[in-house]
Write a protein that binds this ligand. Structure first.
Ligand code: SAM
Length: 225
């Protein structure tokens, strides 16, 4: 896709770690059942190591979360791929992410959809993610500093919402900002414990249902709510 001025909306990458990414996609993601070709392709394309500057590139491609500072993490590759697949994204979607962290999940989303809004509560992380994504060439991601519990009313409704921190309950403002036929994926449960990864669906009449997909372990959703 290109913007009106002819510059590409998304960057292209060429780096020495493509082989590590191919292994990551095959062994950690495809072998565990993620089958959406678009999701597999973008997980192969996006240079994850650039979002995890505190660890070596080799470690960035391992089957686990990695530290990004401020006690926060970039999520495990499989979890990013799995959550992305469950959103059933379309190319013209607008997606909200709560918990920008490194910006990696936002980049994965931005490779698939038109527009991504992502909110991060730790100012330093919001600023460094915005700077990193800008430097890498992403033009369709807006990084906001704030409490994502309240979503972002100004750009609502969203076709899909992904929350990458564990909440004690599904935030009503996020449900309100989800478009009919939209999916939200959110870990819900006690922080410091295993949480349920919920798939929340809003039907055409605005009725909301949710079901448990699997167990996950995320850092807590903080904030004043
Ligand atoms: N998606 C991130 C990535 O790709 O690197 C990983 C997210 S990390 C597991 C969770 C993030 O959620 C942390 O950066 C944390 O500061 C942020 N967070 C926690 N509570 C939040 C809130 N209420 N609003 C926005 N961000 C929040």
């Amino acid at each position: 896709a290109t913007r009106e001025d002819g510059t590409p909306q998304r960057p292209s990458f060429d780096d020495e770690f493509a082989e590590l990414r191919a292994e990551m996609v095959r062994d950690q993601i495809e072998d565990r059942g993620v089958s959406d070709e678009t999701v597999l392709e973008v997980m192969y394309r996006v240079p994850r190591h650039r979002f995890a500057p505190m660890v070596s590139a080799e470690r960035a491609y391992q089957d686990s979360p990695q530290p990004i500072g401020h006690g926060q993490t970039i999520s495990q590759p499989y979890v990013v791929a799995y959550m992305t697949e469950r959103l059933e994204l379309e190319a013209d979607d607008r997606v909200l992410e709560v918990g920008t962290g490194s910006g990696y999940q936002a980049a994965i989303l931005a490779e698939i959809v038109d527009e991504v809004v992502t909110i991060e509560i730790i100012r330093d992380l919001a600023e460094s993610a915005a700077e990193r994504l800008g430097r890498m060439g992403y033009r369709n991601i807006t990084v906001l500093h704030g409490d994502g519990y309240y979503g972002h009313e100004a750009r609502a409704p969203f076709d899909a919402i992904v929350v990458t921190a564990a909440a004690s309950h599904t935030p009503p403002p996020l449900v309100a900002q989800l478009r009919p036929h939209g999916y939200m994926v959110i870990p819900v449960g006690r922080s410091g414990w295993i949480q349920n990864l919920l798939l929340v669906e809003k039907n055409a009449d605005g009725e909301v249902s949710s079901r448990n997909l699997t167990s996950v372990r995320f850092v807590p959703l903080t904030g004043g709510h």
